[in-house]
Design a protein around this ligand. Structure first.
Ligand code: PMV
Length: 353
């Protein structure tokens, strides 16, 4: 039996009531990046990835469901109190993809009310937190139908559903370090849903500061779904996937041993590799802005002079995440506000836990 079949919910359940469920879910920042999907498969990554779920940076979603009387389904989306139709195609596609696994959804019309704790137009990817919060809401409805639903299954299926909305969203279901994608030396890792990182983590990595430097507030010009697709013809893709595998093995040993310098080198290398992939795709893009580069050079200089353990990682955009041991936050915060503030539109203090 195919593994995804475990998640089928075809039986006719009768939920005759209207109702409301509310869930929250964090954003995450990948250390080993997911970039590129397997061809002709739905949301199956070309390499495994690992991320930290973030504190303070999350989406809260209220899902209101009404029994459907008319044939045509209605889904309305409100973002920060205002109706937003631009998310509708993505949400409709998501409901379509998961219908096989959540047949009960067909009986309802939905109102989705969602808000983020991070500022609107901060350039922080909200698809991970919003799709995972929505997947958790849907599982909350399933829980009302199936009284014997176990917690493990609840989370696993939430991650499975979230993945079908946005790949990296499947990692936001769990706190801490989370792995998605089958990797031979990580027990239980698989392509269908994420799992909490199952091995020993040195205490230095159990809580790290993550200061997000918002350099570009406006949404990126290229959607990540399009970017993933470009990997199919990227001449360096094969080598990238091989490298990601090697980096994952390296990270397992770093996390165990607590080697911060190696950790920093690895995550910076991963971040720059992600950007190299979009720059060498066709058509090509450049996510960094001049201020991104200013910040990266400043980080390297400061690290050299101060010997502080502060490292950057990047998402699919111009913004910079600075990671450092939480114990060093006071001096690092002081430096960020004195030396980096002028390059940023906003600064968001978060943490990885
Ligand atoms: O989940 P998507 O399709 O938006 O892809 C996001 C990929 C990166 O954020 C760039 C990397 C990652 O692993 O989160």
């Amino acid at each position: 039996m195919k593994k995804s079949c475990f998640f089928y919910r075809k039986k006719k359940y009768s939920l005759v009531q209207n109702g409301v469920v509310t869930k929250k879910s964090p954003s995450n920042i990948a250390l080993i990046k997911y970039w590129g999907k397997q061809k002709n498969k739905i949301q199956i990554p070309s390499n495994s990835s690992i991320s930290y779920s973030l504190g303070k940076v999350y989406t809260v979603t209220r899902l209101i469901y009404h029994l459907r009387k008319k044939k045509k389904r209605s889904i309305r989306i409100f973002f920060s109190g205002k109706e937003n139709t631009s998310f509708l195609p993505k949400i409709l596609e998501f409901f379509h993809r998961i219908s096989l696994y959540c047949s009960y959804l067909r009986d309802f019309n939905f109102v989705i009310e969602t808000k983020n704790t991070f500022p609107h137009s901060s350039g922080i990817a909200s698809s991970a937190s919003s799709m995972s919060a929505l997947a958790l809401c849907i599982m909350e409805i399933e829980k009302k139908l199936v009284s014997s639903l176990e917690e493990d299954f609840f989370l696993r299926k939430a991650s499975f559903l979230a993945r079908l909305g946005s790949g990296s969203a499947c990692r936001s279901i769990y706190p801490g370090l989370v792995v998605w994608g089958g990797h031979k030396s990580i027990k239980g890792s698989n392509n269908l849903y994420a799992i909490p990182y199952p091995y020993k983590i040195h205490p230095i990595f159990t809580k790290m500061g993550d200061t997000i430097l918002v350099i570009d507030e406006y949404p990126k010009k290229i959607l990540s779904s399009k970017g993933h697709q470009l990997m199919i013809h990227n001449p360096y893709a094969k080598e990238r996937f091989r490298c990601a595998k090697k980096n994952m093995d390296r990270l397992i040993s770093i996390l165990k041993m607590g080697d911060l310098q190696e950790f920093g080198e690895l995550i910076e290398h991963e971040a720059l590799t992600l950007h190299a992939m979009i720059m060498t795709s066709y058509p090509y893009f450049l996510w960094m802005k001049p201020n991104t580069l200013h910040v990266l050079y400043k980080v390297w200089d400061f690290r050299k002079q101060s010997k502080k353990n502060i490292y950057f990682t990047l998402d699919a955009g111009a913004n910079v995440h600075l990671l450092y041991p939480i114990q060093e936050i006071v001096s690092i915060r002081k430096w960020i506000y004195s030396d980096l503030f002028s390059y940023c539109k906003k600064i968001i203090e978060s943490f990885c836990q």
